[in-house]
Write a protein that binds this ligand. Sequence first.
Ligand SMILES: [Zn+2]
Ligand SMILES: [Zn+2]
Length: 353
Amino acid sequence: MQKRDYYEVLGVERSASEGDIKKAYRKLALELHPDRNPDDPEAEERFKEASEAFQVLSDQQKRATYDRFGHEGLSGAGAGPGFTDVQDIFSQFGDIFSDFFGGAGGFGRRRRGGPQRGADLRAAVRLTLEEAAFGTKKEVPLAYPGPCEDCDGSGAEGGNRKTCPQCQGAGQVAHQRGPFLLQTPCPACNGQGSTVETPCKACRGRGEVEVERTVKVTFPEGIDEGQTLRVPGQGLGGTKGGPSGHLYVEVELERDPRFERDGIDLIHVLPISVPDASLGTSLEIENLEGDPIKVKIPSGSQPRDTVVIRGQGVPRLSRGGRGDLIVLLDVQIPKKLSRKAKKLMNELKNELS
Ligand SMILES: [Zn+2]
Ligand SMILES: [Zn+2]
Protein backbone atom coordinates (compact mmCIF):
# COMPACT_ATOMS: atom_id res chain seq x y z
CA MET A 1 0.00 0.00 0.00
CA GLN A 2 1.22 3.48 -0.87
CA LYS A 3 2.10 5.42 2.27
CA ARG A 4 0.27 8.71 2.66
CA ASP A 5 2.14 11.94 3.20
CA TYR A 6 2.57 12.55 6.93
CA TYR A 7 1.47 16.20 6.69
CA GLU A 8 -1.62 15.12 4.81
CA VAL A 9 -2.33 12.43 7.42
CA LEU A 10 -2.32 15.01 10.21
CA GLY A 11 -3.97 17.64 8.00
CA VAL A 12 -1.33 20.32 8.59
CA GLU A 13 0.78 22.58 6.35
CA ARG A 14 4.39 21.67 5.68
CA SER A 15 5.31 24.82 7.59
CA ALA A 16 3.27 23.82 10.65
CA SER A 17 4.82 24.57 14.03
CA GLU A 18 5.53 21.90 16.63
CA GLY A 19 2.49 23.11 18.54
CA ASP A 20 0.23 22.84 15.49
CA ILE A 21 1.41 19.28 14.85
CA LYS A 22 0.78 18.26 18.44
CA LYS A 23 -2.64 19.86 18.36
CA ALA A 24 -3.58 18.16 15.09
CA TYR A 25 -2.47 14.77 16.38
CA ARG A 26 -4.38 15.16 19.64
CA LYS A 27 -7.52 15.97 17.75
CA LEU A 28 -7.15 12.95 15.47
CA ALA A 29 -6.14 10.60 18.27
CA LEU A 30 -9.15 11.67 20.30
CA GLU A 31 -11.42 10.92 17.37
CA LEU A 32 -9.80 7.61 16.39
CA HIS A 33 -8.95 6.28 19.85
CA PRO A 34 -9.65 2.50 20.00
CA ASP A 35 -11.66 2.89 23.20
CA ARG A 36 -14.08 5.13 21.33
CA ASN A 37 -14.13 2.95 18.23
CA PRO A 38 -14.42 -0.59 19.52
CA ASP A 39 -14.17 -3.28 16.85
CA ASP A 40 -13.41 -0.80 14.11
CA PRO A 41 -10.27 -1.95 12.31
CA GLU A 42 -10.35 1.04 9.97
CA ALA A 43 -10.25 3.50 12.88
CA GLU A 44 -7.42 1.49 14.41
CA GLU A 45 -5.43 1.63 11.17
CA ARG A 46 -5.93 5.38 10.93
CA PHE A 47 -4.99 5.74 14.60
CA LYS A 48 -1.72 3.92 13.89
CA GLU A 49 -1.15 5.97 10.75
CA ALA A 50 -1.67 9.27 12.60
CA SER A 51 0.57 8.10 15.45
CA GLU A 52 3.31 7.19 12.99
CA ALA A 53 3.04 10.60 11.33
CA PHE A 54 3.23 12.27 14.72
CA GLN A 55 6.17 10.09 15.76
CA VAL A 56 8.14 11.46 12.81
CA LEU A 57 6.94 15.05 12.59
CA SER A 58 7.28 15.70 16.34
CA ASP A 59 10.94 14.79 16.19
CA GLN A 60 13.01 17.62 14.66
CA GLN A 61 15.66 15.37 13.21
CA LYS A 62 13.25 12.82 11.76
CA ARG A 63 11.09 15.60 10.37
CA ALA A 64 14.08 17.18 8.60
CA THR A 65 15.00 13.81 7.09
CA TYR A 66 11.43 13.24 5.97
CA ASP A 67 11.19 16.74 4.46
CA ARG A 68 14.27 16.09 2.37
CA PHE A 69 13.98 12.42 1.44
CA GLY A 70 10.38 11.43 2.11
CA HIS A 71 9.41 7.98 3.43
CA GLU A 72 12.52 6.35 1.93
CA GLY A 73 14.77 8.54 4.03
CA LEU A 74 13.30 7.04 7.21
CA SER A 75 13.02 3.39 6.29
CA GLY A 76 16.78 2.82 6.14
CA ALA A 77 19.11 2.37 9.12
CA GLY A 78 17.00 -0.44 10.52
CA ALA A 79 14.73 1.89 12.46
CA GLY A 80 11.76 2.63 10.26
CA PRO A 81 8.85 4.32 11.99
CA GLY A 82 5.43 2.83 12.50
CA PHE A 83 3.35 0.86 14.98
CA THR A 84 1.92 -2.61 14.81
CA ASP A 85 0.39 -2.56 18.28
CA VAL A 86 -1.70 0.24 19.76
CA GLN A 87 -0.20 -0.53 23.17
CA ASP A 88 3.14 0.71 21.81
CA ILE A 89 1.45 3.99 20.99
CA PHE A 90 0.17 4.37 24.53
CA SER A 91 3.55 3.60 26.01
CA GLN A 92 5.32 6.05 23.74
CA PHE A 93 2.82 8.91 23.80
CA GLY A 94 1.22 8.14 27.15
CA ASP A 95 1.87 11.65 28.42
CA ILE A 96 -0.05 13.23 25.59
CA PHE A 97 -3.02 10.96 26.20
CA SER A 98 -3.02 11.51 29.93
CA ASP A 99 -3.05 15.27 29.24
CA PHE A 100 -6.33 15.21 27.51
CA PHE A 101 -8.09 12.12 28.74
CA GLY A 102 -7.29 12.79 32.39
CA GLY A 103 -6.50 10.11 34.94
CA ALA A 104 -9.94 8.70 35.48
CA GLY A 105 -10.72 8.15 31.79
CA GLY A 106 -7.98 5.64 31.83
CA PHE A 107 -5.41 6.27 29.17
CA GLY A 108 -2.42 6.78 31.41
CA ARG A 109 -1.36 3.27 30.58
CA ARG A 110 1.98 1.80 31.45
CA ARG A 111 3.11 4.72 33.51
CA ARG A 112 5.41 3.45 36.14
CA GLY A 113 4.21 3.85 39.69
CA GLY A 114 1.00 5.47 38.50
CA PRO A 115 -2.37 3.84 37.89
CA GLN A 116 -2.12 0.67 35.83
CA ARG A 117 -4.80 -0.65 33.56
CA GLY A 118 -5.92 -4.18 34.45
CA ALA A 119 -5.06 -7.11 32.21
CA ASP A 120 -7.41 -8.21 29.42
CA LEU A 121 -9.32 -11.46 29.62
CA ARG A 122 -10.19 -13.80 26.77
CA ALA A 123 -13.05 -16.23 26.44
CA ALA A 124 -14.56 -18.33 23.67
CA VAL A 125 -18.30 -18.82 23.25
CA ARG A 126 -20.08 -21.39 21.12
CA LEU A 127 -23.22 -20.15 19.37
CA THR A 128 -25.80 -21.99 17.33
CA LEU A 129 -26.28 -20.89 13.76
CA GLU A 130 -29.55 -19.11 14.68
CA GLU A 131 -28.00 -17.34 17.68
CA ALA A 132 -25.19 -15.98 15.53
CA ALA A 133 -27.52 -15.07 12.68
CA PHE A 134 -30.21 -13.27 14.69
CA GLY A 135 -28.11 -12.11 17.64
CA THR A 136 -28.38 -13.21 21.26
CA LYS A 137 -27.45 -12.38 24.83
CA LYS A 138 -25.45 -14.87 26.85
CA GLU A 139 -23.95 -15.16 30.30
CA VAL A 140 -20.29 -15.88 29.64
CA PRO A 141 -18.58 -17.66 32.55
CA LEU A 142 -15.11 -16.44 33.46
CA ALA A 143 -12.57 -18.03 35.79
CA TYR A 144 -9.15 -16.63 36.56
CA PRO A 145 -6.81 -16.23 39.52
CA GLY A 146 -7.45 -13.06 41.50
CA PRO A 147 -6.50 -11.65 44.89
CA CYS A 148 -8.20 -13.33 47.86
CA GLU A 149 -10.73 -10.97 49.40
CA ASP A 150 -10.63 -12.54 52.86
CA CYS A 151 -7.01 -11.59 53.39
CA ASP A 152 -6.66 -8.77 50.88
CA GLY A 153 -4.20 -10.86 48.91
CA SER A 154 -1.77 -11.02 51.82
CA GLY A 155 -2.19 -14.76 52.47
CA ALA A 156 -2.44 -14.09 56.23
CA GLU A 157 -5.55 -14.58 58.35
CA GLY A 158 -7.29 -11.23 58.71
CA GLY A 159 -4.76 -9.64 56.37
CA ASN A 160 -2.13 -9.28 59.09
CA ARG A 161 1.29 -10.26 57.95
CA LYS A 162 3.94 -10.14 60.66
CA THR A 163 7.13 -8.20 60.21
CA CYS A 164 9.81 -10.80 59.64
CA PRO A 165 11.73 -11.27 62.92
CA GLN A 166 14.94 -12.23 61.18
CA CYS A 167 15.36 -9.19 58.92
CA GLN A 168 13.08 -6.76 60.77
CA GLY A 169 11.16 -6.15 57.58
CA ALA A 170 14.15 -5.22 55.43
CA GLY A 171 13.86 -8.35 53.28
CA GLN A 172 17.64 -8.50 53.18
CA VAL A 173 20.20 -9.86 55.57
CA ALA A 174 23.86 -8.92 55.81
CA HIS A 175 26.75 -11.36 56.08
CA GLN A 176 30.28 -10.43 56.96
CA ARG A 177 32.74 -12.04 54.54
CA GLY A 178 36.17 -10.93 55.53
CA PRO A 179 36.27 -7.22 54.80
CA PHE A 180 33.02 -7.30 52.82
CA LEU A 181 29.46 -6.91 53.99
CA LEU A 182 27.25 -8.97 51.67
CA GLN A 183 23.49 -8.44 51.35
CA THR A 184 21.35 -11.43 50.43
CA PRO A 185 17.55 -11.93 50.40
CA CYS A 186 16.30 -12.97 53.81
CA PRO A 187 15.81 -16.78 53.86
CA ALA A 188 13.08 -16.61 56.52
CA CYS A 189 10.67 -14.47 54.42
CA ASN A 190 12.05 -15.03 50.90
CA GLY A 191 12.98 -11.37 50.77
CA GLN A 192 9.44 -10.19 51.34
CA GLY A 193 10.09 -8.58 54.71
CA SER A 194 7.04 -10.14 56.30
CA THR A 195 5.80 -13.61 57.13
CA VAL A 196 2.44 -15.27 57.57
CA GLU A 197 1.78 -16.46 61.12
CA THR A 198 -1.69 -17.91 60.52
CA PRO A 199 -2.42 -18.69 56.88
CA CYS A 200 -5.73 -17.41 55.51
CA LYS A 201 -8.23 -20.25 55.35
CA ALA A 202 -9.92 -19.11 52.15
CA CYS A 203 -6.76 -19.19 50.02
CA ARG A 204 -4.57 -21.45 52.21
CA GLY A 205 -2.00 -18.71 52.51
CA ARG A 206 -1.51 -18.23 48.77
CA GLY A 207 -3.14 -14.79 48.71
CA GLU A 208 -4.81 -15.81 45.47
CA VAL A 209 -8.06 -17.58 44.70
CA GLU A 210 -9.86 -18.75 41.59
CA VAL A 211 -12.35 -15.99 40.82
CA GLU A 212 -15.51 -17.05 39.04
CA ARG A 213 -18.06 -14.68 37.62
CA THR A 214 -20.24 -14.31 34.59
CA VAL A 215 -20.58 -11.40 32.21
CA LYS A 216 -23.66 -10.79 30.14
CA VAL A 217 -22.52 -10.36 26.54
CA THR A 218 -24.69 -9.19 23.66
CA PHE A 219 -23.85 -10.83 20.35
CA PRO A 220 -25.06 -8.71 17.42
CA GLU A 221 -26.97 -10.32 14.58
CA GLY A 222 -24.78 -11.53 11.76
CA ILE A 223 -21.72 -12.30 13.89
CA ASP A 224 -19.62 -15.11 12.46
CA GLU A 225 -17.15 -17.82 13.40
CA GLY A 226 -13.76 -16.47 14.45
CA GLN A 227 -14.94 -12.92 15.10
CA THR A 228 -14.07 -11.33 18.41
CA LEU A 229 -16.24 -9.02 20.50
CA ARG A 230 -14.69 -6.57 22.88
CA VAL A 231 -16.51 -5.95 26.13
CA PRO A 232 -14.92 -2.83 27.62
CA GLY A 233 -14.03 -2.81 31.30
CA GLN A 234 -14.77 -6.50 31.96
CA GLY A 235 -11.16 -7.61 32.23
CA LEU A 236 -9.13 -7.60 35.42
CA GLY A 237 -9.31 -4.57 37.70
CA GLY A 238 -6.58 -1.96 37.44
CA THR A 239 -4.24 -1.06 40.27
CA LYS A 240 -3.92 2.29 42.04
CA GLY A 241 -7.17 3.52 40.55
CA GLY A 242 -6.28 2.45 37.01
CA PRO A 243 -9.10 1.33 34.72
CA SER A 244 -10.11 -2.30 34.24
CA GLY A 245 -8.92 -4.27 31.25
CA HIS A 246 -11.25 -5.51 28.54
CA LEU A 247 -12.85 -8.85 27.88
CA TYR A 248 -12.41 -10.31 24.41
CA VAL A 249 -14.95 -12.94 23.43
CA GLU A 250 -14.24 -15.09 20.41
CA VAL A 251 -17.18 -16.65 18.61
CA GLU A 252 -17.29 -20.29 17.59
CA LEU A 253 -20.18 -21.72 15.62
CA GLU A 254 -21.87 -25.02 16.28
CA ARG A 255 -22.32 -27.22 13.25
CA ASP A 256 -25.87 -27.18 11.99
CA PRO A 257 -27.38 -30.26 10.34
CA ARG A 258 -29.59 -28.18 8.01
CA PHE A 259 -27.42 -25.32 6.85
CA GLU A 260 -23.83 -24.56 6.17
CA ARG A 261 -22.90 -20.93 6.56
CA ASP A 262 -20.84 -19.14 3.94
CA GLY A 263 -20.48 -15.54 5.08
CA ILE A 264 -23.97 -14.10 4.84
CA ASP A 265 -25.27 -16.94 2.66
CA LEU A 266 -26.63 -20.26 3.82
CA ILE A 267 -26.25 -23.49 1.89
CA HIS A 268 -28.85 -26.23 2.20
CA VAL A 269 -28.34 -29.59 0.50
CA LEU A 270 -31.67 -30.88 -0.83
CA PRO A 271 -31.96 -34.50 -1.96
CA ILE A 272 -34.35 -34.87 -4.94
CA SER A 273 -35.40 -37.83 -7.03
CA VAL A 274 -34.40 -38.39 -10.66
CA PRO A 275 -38.00 -37.80 -11.87
CA ASP A 276 -38.26 -34.56 -9.87
CA ALA A 277 -34.97 -33.30 -11.31
CA SER A 278 -36.05 -34.31 -14.77
CA LEU A 279 -39.66 -33.11 -14.73
CA GLY A 280 -39.29 -30.19 -12.34
CA THR A 281 -41.36 -29.73 -9.18
CA SER A 282 -42.00 -27.51 -6.21
CA LEU A 283 -40.74 -28.69 -2.81
CA GLU A 284 -41.01 -27.24 0.67
CA ILE A 285 -38.08 -26.74 3.05
CA GLU A 286 -37.64 -24.84 6.29
CA ASN A 287 -35.73 -21.59 6.42
CA LEU A 288 -33.42 -20.63 9.31
CA GLU A 289 -36.37 -19.42 11.40
CA GLY A 290 -38.12 -22.76 10.88
CA ASP A 291 -40.79 -21.33 8.58
CA PRO A 292 -41.76 -23.29 5.46
CA ILE A 293 -40.56 -21.90 2.14
CA LYS A 294 -41.10 -23.16 -1.40
CA VAL A 295 -38.24 -24.23 -3.63
CA LYS A 296 -39.07 -24.31 -7.34
CA ILE A 297 -37.01 -26.98 -9.07
CA PRO A 298 -36.89 -26.33 -12.82
CA SER A 299 -37.28 -29.26 -15.21
CA GLY A 300 -33.98 -30.64 -16.46
CA SER A 301 -32.14 -29.83 -13.23
CA GLN A 302 -28.67 -31.36 -13.04
CA PRO A 303 -26.86 -32.83 -10.03
CA ARG A 304 -25.25 -29.99 -8.01
CA ASP A 305 -27.38 -27.30 -9.67
CA THR A 306 -28.39 -24.57 -7.26
CA VAL A 307 -31.62 -22.71 -6.64
CA VAL A 308 -31.06 -19.32 -5.01
CA ILE A 309 -33.71 -17.97 -2.65
CA ARG A 310 -33.03 -14.29 -2.11
CA GLY A 311 -33.04 -12.75 1.35
CA GLN A 312 -33.26 -16.00 3.30
CA GLY A 313 -29.63 -16.05 4.39
CA VAL A 314 -27.95 -14.48 7.42
CA PRO A 315 -28.49 -10.82 8.39
CA ARG A 316 -25.51 -8.68 7.54
CA LEU A 317 -23.50 -7.59 10.58
CA SER A 318 -24.35 -3.96 11.41
CA ARG A 319 -25.22 -2.98 7.84
CA GLY A 320 -28.74 -4.29 7.33
CA GLY A 321 -29.99 -6.66 4.65
CA ARG A 322 -29.73 -10.41 4.46
CA GLY A 323 -27.80 -12.90 2.38
CA ASP A 324 -29.32 -15.66 0.26
CA LEU A 325 -30.29 -19.25 0.86
CA ILE A 326 -28.59 -21.42 -1.71
CA VAL A 327 -30.31 -24.77 -2.26
CA LEU A 328 -27.87 -27.32 -3.63
CA LEU A 329 -29.66 -30.10 -5.51
CA ASP A 330 -28.49 -33.57 -4.63
CA VAL A 331 -30.07 -35.83 -7.25
CA GLN A 332 -30.53 -39.31 -5.81
CA ILE A 333 -29.91 -42.19 -8.21
CA PRO A 334 -31.87 -45.17 -6.85
CA LYS A 335 -29.59 -47.93 -5.59
CA LYS A 336 -32.23 -50.66 -5.56
CA LEU A 337 -35.04 -51.01 -8.06
CA SER A 338 -38.22 -53.02 -7.80
CA ARG A 339 -39.08 -55.32 -10.68
CA LYS A 340 -41.55 -52.77 -11.98
CA ALA A 341 -39.13 -49.86 -11.61
CA LYS A 342 -36.52 -51.84 -13.50
CA LYS A 343 -38.95 -52.43 -16.32
CA LEU A 344 -39.86 -48.74 -16.48
CA MET A 345 -36.21 -47.73 -16.37
CA ASN A 346 -35.53 -50.02 -19.34
CA GLU A 347 -38.41 -48.49 -21.23
CA LEU A 348 -37.02 -45.05 -20.42
CA LYS A 349 -33.62 -46.13 -21.65
CA ASN A 350 -35.05 -47.24 -24.98
CA GLU A 351 -37.04 -44.02 -25.26
CA LEU A 352 -34.02 -41.83 -24.62
CA SER A 353 -31.57 -43.65 -26.86
ZN1 LIG B 1 12.93 -11.71 56.58
ZN1 LIG C 1 -6.75 -15.38 51.61
